[in-house]
Design a protein around this ligand. Structure first.
Ligand code: AHM
Ligand code: MG
Length: 335
């Protein structure tokens, strides 16, 4: 069987007019950074990378050593190639400008360098999430500002995630379906293993942090209660529950065998607008899930239609199998 690598896949996408050479370079550079992060994640205690970094990020959350390492790897890898106008990271307060001695390109890259960081020290899967936007041409030719990043998710030109699990995977969309690649560690290359991934429409599985149940809004209470009622309840079938606490792992399970993932608005996170970040988590995952035939809303509106008002904005997230997401959204809108 012919093995298709990520490089070959991207060249073919480019020939078909679905990516530009610059976007291809961008994705290849992100993939190279992902390999470096994967090496660090897998060495764990052997490389002394576990535990706290001793610093807080912009969100006021304690950073793990691997959060800091993954962020540095992505920033450094993407600075010099000439494909980016600027970057934004969940771990950095301000827009990260390209150093002046490097050429600049037409894209903006946003990322959550290491998602699910509470799982690092317990050796459970973590991931990297990224989103690509076009840099709106500025009349004054100046450096991109935060304002230039505040584009709704529907304007993303590419999105993806890496999952550092039993194998390292890179899942990618450039707006033509969702495609998955597995890292061949011996060869050092990503091999095309999951063409046109889809979210199965039917599901018997849901993902939510049930310890927050008493803080949920009534539509979420109603939906989850109905699922828990199983065969004898209004849904007429039993549902299973999974919660990895790494969004990447939970979303990947949904892309593999269906399901619904929710981090809804609740009384604990109401002041912040939600738990998950719009630009680094919700938008890229929404693009991937929609491209795979699923749906993604805040409970009230399509995630990719939310007009961002700040870089580190948070939103409620409901995503996965389309019929389930529609039901949750309907309950919110009725409510
Ligand atoms: P992080 O980016 O700081 O790691 O936070 C995001 C993570 C998601 O991966 C996951 O779905 C969620 O936070 C888990 O939150 P909780 O610990 O409240 O269940
Ligand atoms: Mg995260």
């Amino acid at each position: 069987m012919r093995r298709v690598t990520l490089t070959q896949f991207l060249i073919e996408q480019q020939r078909a007019g679905r990516t530009t050479p610059e976007l291809r370079l961008l994705i290849e550079v992100v993939a190279r950074a992902v390999k470096a992060i994967s090496v660090n994640v897998s060495k764990g205690a052997l490389a002394g990378v576990l535990g706290e970094a001793g610093t807080d990020n912009v969100q006021g959350e304690a950073q793990k050593k691997l959060d800091v390492i993954a962020n540095e790897i992505l920033l450094q890898a993407n600075e010099w190639g000439g494909h980016l106008a600027a970057m934004a990271s969940e771990e950095v307060e301000e827009v990260h400008q390209i150093p002046f001695d490097y050429p600049k390109g037409g894209y903006l890259l946003l990322f959550d360098p290491l998602d699910g960081s509470s799982n690092i020290d317990v050796n459970i899967s973590v991931g990297t999430i990224f989103s690509v936007l076009r840099n709106p041409a500025r009349k004054d030719g100046g450096d991109p500002t935060e304002q230039d990043f505040l584009q709704p998710g529907r304007d993303q030109v590419a999105a993806g995630y890496a999952l550092y699990g039993p194998s390292t995977l890179l899942i990618l969309t450039v707006g033509n379906g969702v495609h998955g690649f597995t890292l061949d560690r011996e060869m050092g290359s990503f091999v095309y293993t999951h063409p046109f991934m889809t979210v199965p429409p039917e599901t018997q599985e849901f993902a939510i942090n049930a310890s927050n149940a008493r803080f949920w809004e009534p539509p979420v209470q109603r939906y989850v209660t109905e699922l828990q009622a199983g065969k004898t309840g209004p849904r007429g079938k039993d549902f299973n529950m999974r919660w990895v606490a790494s969004m990447v792992a939970d979303v990947h399970r949904i892309l593999t065998r269906g399901g619904i993932f929710m981090y809804p608005l609740d009384e604990k996170c109401r002041d912040k607008g939600g738990k998950l970040r719009l630009m680094y988590e919700a938008n890229p995952m929404a693009m991937i899930v929609e491209q795979a035939g699923g749906a993604a809303t805040t409970g009230r509106e399509r995630i990719m239609d939310v007009q961002p008002s700040k870089l580190h904005q948070r939103v409620p997230v409901v995503l996965g199998s389309a019929a389930e997401v529609e039901r949750v959204t309907k309950y919110h809108l009725e409510g």
